[in-house]
Design a protein around this ligand. Structure first.
Ligand SMILES: [Zn+2]
Length: 510
């Protein structure tokens, strides 16, 4: 996770075109950084940076020297239209300020969204439309503040619902319609209550949100949120078999100790593998359509690679960076099959002696500082802790953008109905971080349509608070609140929530 910057974007210059780009790499980054289309184009050749392996020096020193000169991909927008201001986005349209987005439209300020349409301020939703402030939802429509739910329609401020519609401030329901505060209600009662909560007023929104969080805390929590799994210990796993300590994955088999996977088999200690299918991946970050990788990062369609970074459609390579359609290369140098097969065992033997073989790239060679990487989002460290572990830390003061017209969050009118389009010409000053942020036209239209107030916090603060509400990628055994049996869960034993094993949870909702 430390090898990937998912959320932070910087303005910098593309080192090839000298034009300004929006990049995951800050301007002071020691690397050569190219705009996405240039990096993927034919104007440069990574083999020109090749060098012979030096059996006097440790491998990682030589890898680091190579890393300093080979151009890196500065942006990560693929096959997308009107999506420049995003990180890691593909096949999408009209999206602004998101990260990890696939096949989505009109999605803003969100993280890890697949097949979204009109999605704002959400995290980990799939195939959902008209969603606001939702986390871990699948196939939902017209929903706000909904968490751990699927197949829902017109549900707001609700927790752990399945197949429900027209529910407000309710939790742990399956296949119910018209529920208010966990009790059945009439259509008229539902409409009146919804209008009272969602009327465009910030004060009303805040009250509803506070009531939701209290209700959520008092509800029985599912120990693990897995679905259609067999012999799986992990959380948020769907259609999986024989997986141990895995999180946020689907269609996975025989996977261990991994986070974020889709269509994977035999993977161990990986972050983000799949999209499309990956097999036999060990200790690697961001693997796509690959087989037989170990100690790699950013591999697209690779086969039999070791210690490679940002290599595309390569096979049988060792210690290479930024190669495309190559085979039998070591440190970006081309060898014959025979030379390669002779040299690699010698290098592995050398790395065995230096204590490097079997270790992932050392922390100081991560292309990003710890505090701008995904690791800081999931496993936050202090500057001291991170530096002690060998990671770099970005201490450049954050540049506060200069806005001509700034309105403080406190001086905004309470109701969205009292905001004119004029507001789009100003920046709002975040009430927590003081940073100015912009409201975009599509966003304002969305709030008006959904009867939501304007946010008072900067998008990064909103993202952080959603992150903070999600359980960690860690498992404990604790007693089920209902039956007292030991159960695996991502709720630490000292946490106050009532946590039910799957059997008791299902009794609770059906
Ligand atoms: Zn139980």
């Amino acid at each position: 996770m430390a090898s990937r910057n998912e959320w932070k974007l910087y303005r910098r210059t593309c080192d090839k075109t000298k034009k300004e780009i929006i990049s995951a790499y800050p301007p002071e980054s020691p690397f050569t950084v190219y705009r996405n289309d240039i990096w993927w184009g034919d104007s440069w050749d990574a083999l020109t940076y090749g060098r012979a392996f030096d059996f006097v020096k440790p491998f990682f020193v030589q890898y680091e020297e190579l890393q300093k000169v080979v151009p890196r991909e500065g942006t990560s927008v693929f096959r997308s239209e009107n999506c420049d201001y995003n990180s890691h986005i593909r096949d999408s349209k009209n999206c602004y300020m998101n990260s990890l987005i696939a096949t989505s439209e009109d999605t803003h300020f969100s993280y890890w969204i697949e097949n979204g349409k009109d999605v704002i301020d959400c995290m980990l939703t799939n195939a959902s439309t008209l969603s606001y402030e939702c986390v871990d939802c699948d196939k939902c429509y017209d929903v706000t503040s909904l968490e751990e739910s699927r197949n829902c329609n017109d549900c707001h401020f609700c927790f752990q619902l399945t197949g429900c519609d027209h529910c407000l401030l309710s939790s742990n329901l399956a296949n119910r319609s018209y529920y208010l505060r966990n009790a059945p209600c009439t259509k008229e009662e539902f409409a009146a209550a919804k209008t009272a909560l969602l009327c465009g007023s910030y004060a009303k929104w805040k009250d509803a949100r506070a009531e939701y969080l209290r209700m959520r805390e008092a509800s029985v929590h599912r120990a693990l949120h897995n679905l259609n799994c067999e012999n799986v210990i992990g959380d948020h796993m769907y259609n999986a078999k024989n997986c141990l300590r895995c999180f946020d994955g689907h269609d996975a088999e025989d996977c261990t100790q991994s986070i974020s996977m889709a269509d994977t088999k035999d993977i161990i200690s990986c972050y983000s593998a799949g999209w499309p299918r990956c097999e036999q991946i060990y200790f690697s970050a961001v693997s796509r359509g690959s087989i037989d990788l170990a100690f790699c990062r950013y591999t697209f369609f690779g086969n039999n690679l070791r210690y490679c970074d940002s290599c595309i459609s390569c096979k049988h390579c060792f210690g290479c960076i930024g190669l495309r359609h190559k085979e039998y290369c070591i440190l970006n140098t081309q060898y014959t099959k025979e030379e390669y097969e002779k040299l690699v065992p010698q290098i592995i033997d050398h790395m065995g002696k230096t204590g490097e073989w079997g270790e992932f790239f050392p922390p100081h060679t991560m292309p990003f500082s710890y505090n701008e990487s995904a690791a800081q989002d999931y496993l936050p460290l202090s500057e001291n802790e991170a530096r002690k572990m060998g990671f770099t830390w970005r201490d450049t003061p954050e540049e506060i953008p200069v806005a001509k017209r700034v309105i403080t969050a406190a001086s905004l009118p309470d109701n969205i109905d009292d905001m004119s389009d004029d507001l789009l010409q100003s920046a709002i000053q975040c009430e927590k971080s003081g940073k100015p942020f912009k409201i975009v036209k599509q966003e304002l239209d969305f709030y008006r349509r959904m009867r939501l107030p304007l946010p008072r916090l900067h998008p990064t603060e909103r993202h952080r608070s959603r992150m903070a509400r999600r359980n960690p990628y860690q498992l404990w055994i604790r007693k089920c609140t209902k039956c007292g049996q030991d159960t695996w869960t991502t709720y630490a034993p000292e946490r106050p929530e009532m946590v039910a094993c799957e059997e008791c949870y299902l009794k609770e909702i059906y």
